[in-house]
Design a protein around this ligand. Structure first.
Ligand SMILES: [Zn+2]
Length: 72
């Protein structure tokens, strides 16, 4: 089962979790219990490829806690 790096949009907590595809939709924050969770690698890819003039802010947030993004 693949492991994902996830970030909570509510409290900013980041954590890794082994999830199946179905479980990814039901994951909650380990810290605050929020369901507003986003996978970190996905965010990085989006910002890296489509950032345009915002590459500086994109790369800075990317390098913070991303270990699985090929664009970092
Ligand atoms: Zn949270």
């Amino acid at each position: 089962m693949p492991s994902y790096d996830l970030r909570c949009r509510e409290c900013g907590n980041t954590f890794s979790k082994q999830l199946s595809f179905a479980e990814r939709k039901n994951v909650v924050c380990e810290k605050c219990g929020s369901k507003e969770i986003e996978p970190i690698f996905k965010r990085c890819n989006l910002m890296g490829k489509g950032g345009g003039g915002e590459t500086s802010s994109g790369s800075s947030s990317c390098s913070g806690g991303c270990s699985g993004c090929s664009g970092c």
